[in-house]
Design a protein around this ligand. Structure first.
Ligand SMILES: [Zn+2]
Length: 128
C-alpha cells in the first residue's frame, strides 16, 4: 500500500503572507509565533520556509528555524529590505547606512522598514 504524505496540509500561500513570513524570518521570530501571525498551522509555515530556503528567498539566520518567541524579541529591531527581495534584520542599535549590507547579494540597501511594518500587513477588519 502507498501513502501520500502531508495530504491534510494547505500548500497555497498568497503574496502578502509570503512577504510577511520573509520579514518575520529575517528578524528571528519563532516558527510558532509566525504561525500565529499568519493564522496557519506551524507545519504549513515550516513547509513555506523550506520552499523559500530552497529557492534562495531567505537566508539562514543565527537564531535558526526555531527563533525567538515574539514576546521575547529583543528591542529595538530594525529591518532593511534589499532590491533583490531579501529582508534582513538586526537587533540593537540601528546600523550605519554603510553597514546595511544585504546578506544575500552583498549590495547596500537604503530602504529601512520598521519592526511594526512587518506585522502591520496583517489584515485588520474595519480599519484602513
Ligand atoms: Zn540583496
Amino acid at each position: 500500500m502507498s501513502y501520500i504524505v502531508l495530504e491534510d496540509l494547505d500548500f497555497l500561500w498568497d503574496e502578502a503572507a509570503i512577504q510577511q513570513i520573509k520579514d518575520l524570518w529575517a528578524i528571528g521570530v519563532s516558527l510558532a509565533s509566525m504561525a500565529k501571525v499568519v493564522h496557519r498551522p506551524s507545519d504549513e509555515v515550516a513547509l513555506l520556509i523550506m520552499d523559500l530556503a530552497r529557492n534562495h528567498q531567505i537566508t539562514s539566520r543565527r537564531s535558526g528555524v526555531f527563533g525567538h518567541a515574539i514576546t521575547h524579541e529583543p528591542s529595538p529591531m530594525y529591518l532593511y529590505r534589499c532590491r533583490c527581495g531579501i529582508t534582513f534584520g538586526v537587533a540593537g542599535p540601528e546600523l550605519a547606512p554603510s553597514k546595511r549590507i544585504c546578506p544575500s547579494c552583498g549590495r547596500k540597501t537604503h530602504q529601512r522598514i520598521s519592526f511594526h511594518d512587518a506585522f502591520a500587513s496583517q489584515p485588520k477588519e474595519g480599519r484602513r
